[in-house]
Design a protein around this ligand. Structure first.
Ligand SMILES: [Zn+2]
Ligand SMILES: [Zn+2]
Ligand SMILES: [Zn+2]
Length: 267
């Protein structure tokens, strides 16, 4: 897993280099040299840095070196850039960056993310849950560059293995805008409303009432949903499971234990 951080001053040079390599190597199968030249003609280190710092931009780093970057235009819910170094392609970096961008969009109130994909990236975005809207051509320096408009819905409620889960950008395994690692695969039912949410912040964002915690007499309530298999666990079974689903053995985020007091009261 790469480290994802926000873009900062001084990123323009290395990220511009990464951009050129990514476009020229990964785009070479679908575009002519003229088209690749047109695509990259408006980008230089200064412009790229200015654009990234004026949006919400993330950099993926491995061993202290940038291996990918992506950005959200926060005014329009548009995924603006997403590029991965060709030597690091196919290792899930694009997914990690896209999830950071989608989470940011959901936190800012967007229910969809839009983007313009290069032809070589369409199947990648489809695997990330984006659907094609239309194929069109951008004209850059009198060169036609075909691309595809795509969008993805950020679910504010989602059926996960038969259970309705509400929240921000709810994923197929109950990931959310706040917690979206591979281990963030549980949702909790809240005592106040009986509804399942991936996390406390999702309840705050989407429900219309303050959260009520479960108490010590509620340990047998089936309040935990495993997003990996759909099994509902009692609070007792969850607290005793050592961060592993008793039904499917999926690993749960052990960090959730730090937040137990948000959900469970000892009274
Ligand atoms: Zn509630
Ligand atoms: Zn959440
Ligand atoms: Zn499970």
């Amino acid at each position: 897993m790469a480290l994802i951080r926000r873009a900062r001053l001084g990123d323009g040079g290395p990220l511009c280099d990464l951009f050129f390599r990514s476009v020229n190597v990964l785009g070479a199968g679908d575009y002519s040299p003229d088209q690749l030249a047109a695509w990259t003609s408006r980008i230089n280190p200064e412009r790229l840095e200015r654009r990234l710092l004026s949006t919400v931009a993330f950099v993926a780093e491995e061993n202290g070196r940038p291996v990918g970057f992506g950005s959200l235009d926060p005014a329009h819910g548009e995924l603006d850039f997403l590029y991965v170094h060709p030597e690091s392609a196919g290792r899930g970096l694009g997914r990690q960056l896209a999830e950071a961008i989608e989470a940011e969009a959901a936190l800012r109130g967007f229910s969809e993310v839009h983007l313009t994909a290069s032809l070589n990236a369409v199947s990648i975005y489809e695997r990330l849950g984006y659907g094609q809207l239309e194929r069109f051509s951008k004209t850059i320096d009198r060169v036609e560059v075909p691309c595809v408009r795509m969008s993805k819905r950020l679910h504010r409620e989602r059926n996960v293995h038969g259970t309705l889960v509400r929240g921000l950008a709810v994923g197929s395994k109950t990931e959310c805008a706040h917690y979206h690692s591979q281990l963030d695969v549980i949702a909790i039912r809240f005592k106040c409303c009986g509804e399942f949410y991936p996390c406390y912040q999702c309840h705050t964002a989407v429900s219309d009432h303050p959260a009520v915690r479960w108490g010590k007499d509620d340990l047998d309530a089936e309040a935990i949903l495993c997003g990996a298999c759909g099994t509902r666990l009692s609070i007792r079974a969850y607290l005793d499971c050592a961060s592993r689903c008793p039904a499917c053995a999926a690993s749960f985020n052990p960090g959730c234990a730090n937040h137990h007091t948000l959900y469970f009261s000892s009274k």
